[in-house]
Design a protein around this ligand. Structure first.
Ligand code: ATP
Length: 436
């Protein structure tokens, strides 16, 4: 059986992944085995009503068999099994117990917290996940899928959490990464910066731990949630060791999740004319208005493929903006990013520069063929005239020099400090993928 849960936290506290620990403990107490790893599934990052990272949880349980693997510590060691033998368990009893945990832990008083809890024997169709990670899903649509599958579900308040809870159970890890999340012991959140850098260098398959350009520890969240830190990586086996190497305040519990973080599954290739708000897109075109910096330090330019759209490197993307400022009209690029509605803008996560336009700068006015002297401009766009003999010349008769672009073709990404959960870091691209 699958359990899905979402939308239990608020900006003031809690974290749905923390609740996952309580649920795993509860399932074990009810005699259930956890099958496969608990899943942390990120959904559409552009949903306006998300709390932070739009993450939901899916856990498979029943009677397990095969290899047993340690997945965490929550009031004792926790394990998962490789395979499912049967759907052992009384779903009604389980949802009743988990409901008690949700009521106790969820931040119900917050207007934006609308939890959803589902228990299903059969996973919802994969397209539900695909739609939820890429666009907007309606709650009625989800309820009809749940009813068709004979699922047990509890919508709390407006019940919007059912969308994320169901979509998380529908995920199939065609591509996957892992995250080990540690939780505080009620104390402050503190990690030793040097130990994070050392961990980052030592455990090669982890990613997004530390921003060396902006000197920022990325593994700790900024919200008042119970998380101490989370380490992401491609190899789950590295993560417990990586955790042990980080020096921090006391940790009360930890869990490893299988996740869709760093997979780019939110992105879809589009023509500019087909781009819709709240989607995340991959768009190729030519720069058609040069970058300008607006109030707040955001850098904006336009991209054209017949239609035109504005692209932005917002202030939080820090040093990435310096690169974007070097773009010029005619450069052929592909941008990867989330689409903002008003004004309609692509918020750049990654950028591939395919080719750079050749740019020439005027160095000297043309020289008069008769007098051998520099001619004078007759005004912008009006050409030149020799003051001595009156000979005229065209604008492009001036002496031009090719400008050194100080930028190279290739793939660029925003710094770690501005990285979105779903964005695939360039570190995860295979060399053969570097050129798409
Ligand atoms: P955290 O990451 O800290 O757990 P959060 O950012 O996940 O918090 P939620 O509190 O879960 O934010 O809020 C997201 C809400 O949006 C949930 O109710 C979820 O069901 C809903 N939701 C997620 N994806 C979609 C979608 N594609 N269409 C419509 N609603 C969605």
């Amino acid at each position: 059986m699958w359990l899905g849960i979402d939308d239990t936290d608020s900006r003031k506290g809690m974290c749905t992944t923390y609740l996952a620990g309580d649920i795993i403990e509860c399932l074990n107490n009810l005699g259930m085995d956890i099958i496969g790893m608990p899943r942390l599934v990120r959904l559409n990052p552009n949903i306006p009503w998300k709390t932070r990272g739009n993450g939901a949880i899916a856990i498979q349980f029943g009677k397990g068999s095969g290899k047993r693997k340690e997945i965490g510590y929550v009031n004792g060691k926790r394990y998962c099994y490789e395979k499912k033998v049967s759907d052992r368990g009384d779903a009604e009893k389980i949802i009743e117990e988990v409901d008690r945990i949700v009521r106790k832990r969820a931040m119900m008083e917050s207007e934006n917290t609308n939890p959803g809890l589902v228990i299903l024997k059969k996973k919802p169709p994969y397209w539900l996940y695909k739609k939820a990670v890429r666009s907007i899903v309606g709650i009625e649509e989800v309820k009809s899928i749940l009813d068709e599958l004979d699922a047990l579900y509890i919508p709390y308040k407006n019940g919007r959490g059912l969308i994320g809870a169901s979509a998380a159970t529908a995920w199939h890890p065609y591509d996957r990464t892992y995250e080990i999340i540690t939780y505080r012991n009620g104390g402050r959140r503190w990690v030793d910066e040097e130990s994070v850098k050392e961990m980052d260098k030592r455990f090669k398959k982890t990613f997004d731990n530390y921003d060396y350009v902006n000197h920022h520890v990325q593994i700790t969240p900024n919200s008042p949630c119970p998380v101490m830190y989370g380490i992401r990586g491609d190899d789950e086996k590295e993560l417990p060791e990586a955790m042990k190497s980080v020096v921090s305040e006391k940790i009360k519990r930890w869990l490893i999740f299988e996740t869709n973080q760093g997979t780019d599954e939110h992105l879809q290739k589009k023509k500019i004319g087909d781009v819709k708000p709240y989607e995340s897109v991959i768009v190729t075109g030519k720069v058609c208005s040069e970058p300008r910096t607006i109030e707040g330090g955001h850098v904006i330019f336009s991209l054209c493929d017949g239609e035109e759209i504005e692209c932005a490197a917002y202030e939080p993307t820090k040093n990435f903006r310096a690169l974007v400022r070097k773009l010029r009209k005619g450069d052929k690029i592909t941008v990867y990013g989330g689409v903002r509605d008003e004004p309609r803008t692509i918020n750049i996560e990654k950028m591939k520069i395919h080719s750079l336009a050749e740019i020439y700068e005027k160095k000297e006015n043309p020289i008069c063929k008769i007098c051998g002297k520099h001619m004078k401009s007759m005004g912008k766009g009006k050409g030149y005239r020799c003051v001595k003999c009156g000979t005229t010349a065209k604008e492009n008769d001036a002496v031009f020099e090719k400008v050194d672009r100080d930028i190279k073709t290739g793939f660029y990404e925003v710094p770690v400090v501005a990285r979105r959960h779903l964005s695939k870091p360039l570190k995860r691209f295979k060399p053969s993928q570097g050129k798409y």
